[in-house]
Design a protein around this ligand. Structure first.
Ligand code: KIV
Length: 273
């Protein structure tokens, strides 16, 4: 077996991600929420799939991530886990499943691990979730943190604008990142913050820092797959690079199918028994 092949087939663990940061190799992460998409994403060689609560937006059509339930997250995550053979699967703890207290956070995390087979959980927040992070970790469940723009708090922020532009908020974010590392998080997502601050955080903490709208000075990148594939064509923030225009591609194919059915072109003789 060639080195390249064995490297590609080596299962990604939290330990592997730590090694990647140590040698300066960037970490690739994308969201997925269903079996068919996750199968393709894993086969392409992604390091981490995030079963994000963005499923609330892109799969269910809600305006925010708040409505998605723990049961729905477990359904999405178990579909993804069945599809992958190499990447690490991280599952978002949804709004309302961990904010109550650390016992609730642990109970929700155990349900995710037991019922979906996911490999780790992600939760939003800094110092206010430290007790929960420690409790979840004490049960042997790896935790990824999430700072900066935290969509579960959208009604507190009131806007999806760039976070931590002012000194006080930037200092607080740095303190939260250090607290999450000290509590034992294996990685942190930084969403929509100035790239210089994100770079400083990635240099200051020893665990991998994965950015979305946080520039190139971090240890890896994450995007929502529906955005980067252009399935969702109504969301165009500056940080998003579109790798396809599947909205147009799929729409065109469906239009062609309709035309073929209406004109009796489909099915033809070779397409019937
Ligand atoms: O839910 C999600 O997709 C996320 C990413 C934006 C990081 O949390």
């Amino acid at each position: 077996m060639s080195t390249a092949k064995s490297l590609k087939e080596k299962k990604v663990t939290t330990h592997v991600l730590q090694e990647m940061k140590s040698r300066g190799e960037k970490i690739s992460m994308l969201t997925s929420y269903d079996f068919s998409m996750a199968r393709i994403v894993d086969a392409a060689g992604i390091d981490v799939i995030l079963v994000g609560d963005s499923a609330s937006n892109v799969m269910a059509g809600h305006e925010t991530t708040l409505p998605i339930t723990l049961d729905q997250m477990i359904y999405h995550a178990s579909s993804v886990v069945r599809a992958v053979s190499r990447c690490l699967v991280v599952v978002d703890l949804p709004f309302g499943a961990y904010q109550g207290n650390s016992k609730e956070a642990l109970t929700s995390s155990i349900r995710i691990m037991k019922e979906s087979g996911g490999h780790a959980v992600k939760m939003e927040g800094g110092e206010e979730i430290i007790e929960s992070v420690e409790r979840i970790l004490s049960a042997g469940i790896p935790v990824m943190g999430h700072l900066g723009l935290t969509p579960q708090s959208i009604y507190k922020f009131g806007t999806y604008a760039v976070r931590a532009k002012v000194e006080a908020e930037a200092e607080k974010l740095m303190e939260d990142a250090i607290a999450l590392e000290e509590a034992g998080c294996f990685a942190i997502v930084l969403e929509k913050i100035p790239f210089e601050l994100a770079k400083k955080v990635a240099e200051r903490v020893h665990i991998p820092v994965i950015g979305i709208g946080a520039g190139n000075g971090v240890d890896g990148q994450v995007l929502v797959i529906h955005d980067m594939l252009g399935i969702n064509n109504e969301f165009s923030p500056r940080f998003l690079r579109r790798y396809n225009d599947l909205y147009s591609g799929i729409k065109h194919s469906v239009e062609q199918y309709i035309t073929d059915v209406k004109s009796t072109d489909f099915p033809n003789e070779k397409e019937q028994y």
